[in-house]
Design a protein around this ligand. Sequence first.
Ligand SMILES: Cc1cc2nc3c(=O)[nH]c(=O)nc-3n(C[C@H](O)[C@H](O)[C@H](O)COP(=O)(O)OP(=O)(O)OC[C@H]3O[C@@H](n4cnc5c(N)ncnc54)[C@H](O)[C@@H]3O)c2cc1C
Length: 445
Amino acid sequence: MRKISDWGNYPIIEAEVSGFDTTDQLREKISNSGSMIAFGNGRSYGDASLQSTILLTRRFNKFLSFDDTSGTLTCQSGVMLSEILDVFVPRGWFLPVTPGTKLITLGGAIAADVHGKNHHVSGSFGQHILSMDVMRTDGSIITCSPEENTDFFKITVGGMGLTGIILKATFRLKKIETAYIREETLRAANLSEIMDSFETSGDWSYSVAWIDCLAKGDALGRSIMMRGEHASASELVNASHKHEPLNLKPGLQLSVPFAFPNFALNKLTMKAFNWAYYNKCRPGTHRSIVDYNAFFYPLDAIAHWNRIYGKRGFTQYQFVIPKAAGREGMQKILKRITESGLGSFLAVLKLFGEQEGFMSFPMAGYTLALDFPISLKAMDLFKELDAMVADYGGRLYLAKDSRMDAEMFNKTYPNVADFRQAITLLNEGNTKFESLQSKRIGITG
Ligand SMILES: Cc1cc2nc3c(=O)[nH]c(=O)nc-3n(C[C@H](O)[C@H](O)[C@H](O)COP(=O)(O)OP(=O)(O)OC[C@H]3O[C@@H](n4cnc5c(N)ncnc54)[C@H](O)[C@@H]3O)c2cc1C
């Protein structure tokens, strides 16, 4: 038994934890244990990959094949996105979709159907999967794709590990000329301005905004938008970039050495940080060429940054509301959050495009994600926010969740009943794959 948690360090549990190197070993584990859940790299925030028996997938991490003409890559599910980038960026290929951290596994990317800054043009990660193999409850392996075993495919993408263990997947990388991004940053004085910016930024491949969720009144929703495109070789200006356009020098890796005491993060420190960050960007539009790590993964440069929230841990409240309700809904929800004074510095706003996933989180609309240190007050606030999100026709992201109840889940994910029934059928009365989350929100157990 050992202590284990996902990224928010809440909850921390004791679990039997083991890995596997081959499909035979995995089959044996599945047949000899009770229920279990796959654990990729624990970058979901709550309890989606936690329960008393945990199966680590990281050792199952071989690259299996690559077609240099089409960019089609097949690898085992424990490969991390960072490993894919390390190998393929120097060859001129990039991920079709990437979340705000590259320290996640391929299995985790599919199971949560992750989204990135290009959701409005490229959809979610699952939409790029050409085929995958999954080991089921009885140890058999099913190959599924948008054309083969399609129902199983649909419930596995975004299925949070409940249909089986994803073994390997094939998907297509996209061609790039350089490892750099042509970035534009612009400041918005309030929520309405930033929403206008999103609505006129549809032609950009990547867009995202950082919101100061402590600013009030006329400044409610003041933000900085970052939008970008993969830079072509001719757009590079710096001589060293031009010399090796696809190779980055290793960046500085900082680390938070221990869990901060709880008093370190308070309203004043957070307000000061947010003020400084907002004012760092002068009014107007600024153009620059930045490397892909700085654009996509700024937080990955600080190892263990989750420790700044101290031992009590934190959670991320990420919701999406449909675009039609976006302006009014976001204004009201954000106002309630700022009034509470409980939000912290990382608030990220994004406009999603259309999405057809069965259990996937995104829908055409605005999504806001922000971190909260765990506290009773925050838990009370989430209840209020849940009601508002549900009333506006929105929902919460399972990959970030550690506290949603079954009622909220049932109300807000339209395919819950069919998903629950499918999981029950797959289990044939003997639940094999379940997490603390799946029990809490009433899909299993
Ligand atoms: C700093 C940061 C930024 C992030 N930004 C984004 C973002 O922009 N967009 C976004 O969508 N997400 C984002 N996330 C969330 C993260 O991308 C997802 O939670 C992702 O699922 C984590 O993958 P993991 O490999 O760490 O898996 P885990 O967190 O360990 O597991 C996540 C889920 O996948 C299942 N799973 C893992 N491997 C397998 C497998 N082989 N077979 C079956 N099921 C499996 C688990 O059972 C669990 O349900 C962010 C997280 C962090 C920490």
